[in-house]
Design a protein around this ligand. Structure first.
Ligand SMILES: [Zn+2]
Ligand SMILES: [Zn+2]
Length: 446
């Protein structure tokens, strides 16, 4: 360990109680996506305490501030903390006011991000950095509250649902060369997280039929529930024929199934996600999903709207992970350093995916929480690991990337093959945001 690494660790260790207090404070006041006013305010005031000027209200609630390295000019590394919690009013940890709970552990990201500042703001540490560190508190990672987000879209406040998607759109990533993110992984010690993941398209399908008495005169009706059932069957008939390596997942539910047992259902709505680990496979599965829904409508004579909203994109793994690996080795202490299979594809999705399509992304995990992610009982059990070790890995990763005459930033940037430019990303999002309408065509007896 060199003396700057040691200094980073010592500074964070010295402030461990402050960092734990930050983690607790944010845990106590969970807020939902694009409503993280208090959390953003806390982050803002904290940055100001260190004399860092910030830009606020990026993508509604996002905040960004820079720490300029005092060494040679170099790239800008963004350390990223997500601010949002989950709508989980029945969690014992939910806020009565917002109905939200931090059962995805994003408060630990914020504690780690702010904790890193205790080390990186030190004059001697700054002198060892050839480049800049941007601190980004970002909104709305969880893909929830679609109606609320839709309202923001109609007001023109956002164009895309995901916080990072929106930050890319408004240019907050334009001057960022490398992104660094963290996520809690309950039950582990510390781990590099450089696996692939699925991306997805989200779907709302509305089938329209004609109501009639389901026993007296079913022949006068057109049944939207049968259309939905056939659509689901047609999707199921497709499953065997997706390519294995694309890890396609198509999952959803009927959110509105009709009005009454004795009325032929005239309005049925389904919400689905169509996922795969690369863009061509997402588009392929999305088209097959639409075809299946059309089949349900055509077979029953129902009308339908198939509403497609692009969700998140698959994660592109980083080509050079030495900075975060060395940070983990120095920060882990007695905690187990977990080795994840780099070939693994996570079935879920995150808006870090979009970031990784455009610029290199390094990610790591720490444990320190009970239960699984998104379990309403999930809560911190080892705050030192969840908050303080996270702060160390964030700060040390920035150091290893920008280290004077020997940082890994250059090699990482060279190894990254961008899949999309920002412009191509925005085009993709706009092109696939669409509604297909199928006219009702009941057959009437002559
Ligand atoms: Zn989550
Ligand atoms: Zn999360």
């Amino acid at each position: 360990m060199d003396k700057i690494e040691q200094k980073i660790i010592d500074l964070i260790e010295k402030h461990r109680d402050d960092i734990i207090a930050i983690g607790r404070d944010i845990w106590k006041e969970p807020e939902l996506g694009y409503k993280e006013e208090r959390t953003a305010g806390k982050f803002n005031r904290y940055m100001e305490k260190f004399g860092i000027h910030t830009e606020s209200h990026l993508a509604v609630t996002g905040v960004k501030g820079y720490l300029k390295g005092a060494g040679a000019p170099g790239p800008t590394v963004a350390l990223i903390g997500e601010m949002d919690a989950l709508p989980m009013a029945d969690s014992p940890y939910a806020s009565a006011e917002t109905g939200a709970a931090h059962c995805c552990g994003h408060n630990a990201q914020m504690a780690g991000l702010m904790g890193a500042l205790y080390a990186l703001s030190d004059a001697q540490v700054q002198e060892a950095l050839d480049g800049n560190v941007a601190f980004m508190a970002v909104p709305a990672e969880e893909f929830v509250e679609m109606e609320f987000k839709h309202g923001l879209m109609e007001q023109g406040a956002i164009a895309f649902g995901g916080g990072k998607s929106e930050l890319i759109r408004v240019g907050a990533f334009d001057d960022i060369d490398i992104a660094v993110g963290h996520h809690i992984a309950p039950g582990i010690g510390v781990a590099l997280s450089n696996h692939r993941s699925n991306g997805f398209m989200s779907k709302i399908v509305r089938f329209h039929g004609i109501p009639s008495h389901a026993a007296e005169a079913p022949w006068s009706g057109v049944d939207a529930l049968s259309a939905a059932a056939l659509g689901i069957q047609a999707v199921n008939a497709q499953r065997e024929f997706f390519r294995d390596r694309d890890t396609v997942r198509v999952h959803g539910f009927i959110s509105k199934g009709g009005e009454a047992m004795n009325v032929v259902a005239d309005n049925v709505t389904m919400e689905y996600s169509v996922r795969a680990n690369n863009i061509p496979a997402i588009l392929d599965a999305s088209r097959k999903f639409d075809r299946a829904m059309r089949a349900g409508a055509v077979a029953t004579g129902c009308g339908a709207e198939i509403i497609t909203m692009p969700g998140y994109l698959p994660i592109v793994p980083a080509g050079d992970t030495r900075a975060v690996e060395e940070a983990i080795a120095a920060a882990a202490g007695d905690y187990a350093v977990e080795q994840h299979d780099p070939g693994i594809v996570m079935g879920g999705s995150t808006d870090f995916g979009e970031v990784s399509q455009i610029l290199p992304l390094l990610q790591f995990n720490t444990g320190g929480y009970s239960h699984e992610l998104h379990n309403k009982e999930m809560h911190p059990t080892d705050e030192y690991l969840a908050y303080v070790v996270t702060a160390k890995v964030f700060a040390l990763t920035a150091y290893h990337l920008l280290k004077h005459k020997g940082g890994y930033a250059g090699a990482l940037m060279e190894s990254h093959e961008a899949v999309l430019t920002k412009e191509a990303y925005i085009q993709y999002m706009e092109r696939h945001n669409r509604v297909e309408t199928i006219q009702m065509e009941p057959i009437v007896m002559e």
